[in-house]
Design a binder for this molecule. Structure first.
Ligand code: FA5
Length: 333
């Protein structure tokens, strides 16, 4: 009994078959190519079926090669068929430049972007300029220059993300926008009226009113004769523009190492008070460190939480909705 030789398929044959695809145009040609190269009697099928007749030591490699070849040929066939179909569709619907335009699907701005812009517009209309600072900061700008030394409990309230690989001068993701106060005062002289919007990061456990990434807007004014009354006036005016006349605003004493005195502001909501910002009069020691005479110049500063403001404006109960990327939520704005 004679055992027939195993059928072999070479890489060159596979390549040649793939190249031939480019010349096929009609469905009949495509069909013939498929029968010849992938059909039951194709060399590929015969080679696969006769694998068992090849020497044991060749079988694994040959099997792998044949399966890969099959994948390539099938993909090549599918791609060519899709390309021909697309060409035909184009040919049936040639471009008619006289047709009226169709509306393009439009995206929208994220509610936090919208709120940030409203915050900026409110302060801009009061004469504040917009500045920006880096999100990656040094301990000096984020803490030390703001009178928060290494052992200060305020550092614990801002659990910090440190960057790897910068042990000598540690780098971190800023925990608030207040470093912008220092960066700006270092380079400028009063009078100063600036706001600095941007992202900040804290390694916090999240809940309905706490996120680990938040948008803040820093406010800084330094001039001769500024008092707490100016701070209150500016923040009341801001709240009126943001929330209208009817919301109740609450000022309370608070502590931040870089201001004296310090306050926090909360806004009434159906679910109780929501704290939206910390603020205060710039600490005289900071003014002195920046080269300003605190006997002549005084200043106020504030750090606003934009997500909290957006929650109040839109009646959102859970801050985590903003960053879940659920389009059903985001399309509402
Ligand atoms: C600060 O970040 C100070 N830098 C604010 C400041 C600036 C005080 C200038 C004095 C002078 P605080 O950690 O309280 O303070 O944050 C300020 C605001 O950011 C809060 O009132 C709140 O609205 C918002 N915020 C802070 N942490 C979160 C958080 N995890 N999730 C949502 N909002 C937050």
């Amino acid at each position: 009994m004679s055992v027939s030789e195993p059928v072999l398929l070479s890489a060159a044959e596979v390549e040649a078959a793939l190249e031939a695809l480019a010349d096929l145009v009609t469905d009949a040609e495509l069909g013939r190519w498929r029968t010849a190269n992938l059909g039951r009697k194709s060399r590929l099928s015969l080679a696969l079926r006769s694998l068992g007749r090849r020497p044991v030591e060749e079988r694994a490699a040959a099997g792998r090669f044949l399966n890969q070849a099959k994948g390539k040929l099938e993909r090549g066939f599918r791609d060519r068929r899709a390309a021909l179909k697309a060409e035909r569709t184009r040919a049936l619907r040639p471009l008619d430049v006289s047709l009226p335009g169709r509306p393009l699907p439009r995206g929208g701005l994220h509610p936090i972007t919208l709120t940030e812009r409203a915050v900026v517009a409110a302060f801009a209309s009061m004469g504040f300029h917009v500045i920006e600072g880096p999100e990656v900061e040094t301990e000096y700008y984020n803490f030390e220059a703001l009178r928060i030394p290494a052992d200060h409990p305020a550092r614990e309230a801002m659990d910090t993300f440190y960057l790897e690989g910068a042990e000598e001068t540690p780098l971190l993701l800023r925990t608030h926008t207040s470093p912008n106060q220092i960066r700006f005062m270092e380079r400028q002289t009063p009078p100063i009226r600036v706001i600095a919007p941007g992202r900040t990061y804290r390694n916090e456990a999240t809940d309905a009113t706490h996120e680990w990434m938040i948008t803040q807007t820093e406010v800084l004014a330094v001039d001769e004769g500024l008092t707490l009354a100016h701070l209150k006036g500016a923040l009341y005016e801001f709240a009126r523009r943001m929330f209208g006349e009817d919301r109740t605003i609450r000022f309370r004493c608070d502590y931040f190492p870089f201001v004296e005195p310090g306050v926090e502001v909360a806004v009434s909501s159906p679910r109780g008070w929501i704290e939206i910002l910390g603020a205060g009069m710039v600490h005289p020691e900071i003014l002195r460190n920046m080269g300003y005479d605190p006997e002549i110049y005084t200043g106020f500063a504030a750090g606003l939480g934009v997500e909290r403001i957006a929650m109040l404006r839109y009646g959102i109960r859970d801050i985590r909705r903003f960053y879940e990327n659920d389009l059903r939520f985001l399309r509402q704005f």
